[in-house]
Design a binder for this molecule. Sequence first.
Ligand SMILES: Nc1ncnc2c1ncn2[C@@H]1O[C@H](COP(=O)(O)OP(=O)(O)O)[C@@H](O)[C@H]1O
Ligand SMILES: [Mg+2]
Length: 256
Amino acid sequence: MKWQVREVLKSDSFGRVERLGDEEGNSLIRRVACGARLPMSGLVARYLMGRERRALAALDGVAGVPGLVQTAGALQAESSNGTAPRQSEVLVREWIGGKALHHARELPVDFFDHLDGLVSELHRRGVCHNDLHKEMNVMVGEDGFPWVIDFQLASLHSHRGRTFEQRARDDLRHVQKHRRRYTRDGRGPASAGVRHGRGHGLRRGGVALVWRKTGKPLYNFVTRKLLRTSDGEERRPSTGPWPRWTEAVGERSRSC
Ligand SMILES: Nc1ncnc2c1ncn2[C@@H]1O[C@H](COP(=O)(O)OP(=O)(O)O)[C@@H](O)[C@H]1O
Ligand SMILES: [Mg+2]
């Protein structure tokens, strides 16, 4: 089967994200962590891609996380510049037909319940996402179920110590913040809104506070000012338009 690059979805100082397609209309997503002209950007890009690979491997089979794909034709397909990327710089994963959360026009009323469940499943597998405040990293599948992408900042935890607990709580807090933003002030039905007593309040954990004061400004400086990455924190404007709420999608069938 011949795979070709159909579009470049994103390009920044870490490299690019491409959508590949074959003759039968199937798609895959390929990250090319080649860096850019900035010294060390390739090294940083490959390090982040390695984190993503480990997280996706640990989450293999979770419905709502695109699986790693080893199809040689996709790994080796030529990029639009006519050359095949180095194999140490590529990661191919399943494609999700759907939209990023901030572009979704419709949301099932149980969307955020499913997203909560999905993020809890990540944690059961010992993975914290650590970048869920970005609406771009949450996708709404064509069937209305949530997907989580972009595991470059994810961490794997073999034991549930304090760091794990705080990061897991922060992941859930970010979901709760999205839920609140999408449902408050009449933007969504009460049934889709924040549940009380669900066990994860909005309080920021200690590690998150330290990260916000020190790590995050440094990370933002490196990624935005030095590497000039473009995604920032793209999100739905407060003025809307907000999604139309549709019927609950109910139980999600488990993949493999
Ligand atoms: N599996 C996927 N299916 C469909 N679109 C995807 C998929 N993975 C990424 N994308 C699209 O590509 C964009 C960039 O991918 P992402 O993994 O978030 O890269 P980055 O780490 O550079 O932000 C996403 O915002 C999304 O629009
Ligand atoms: Mg992203």
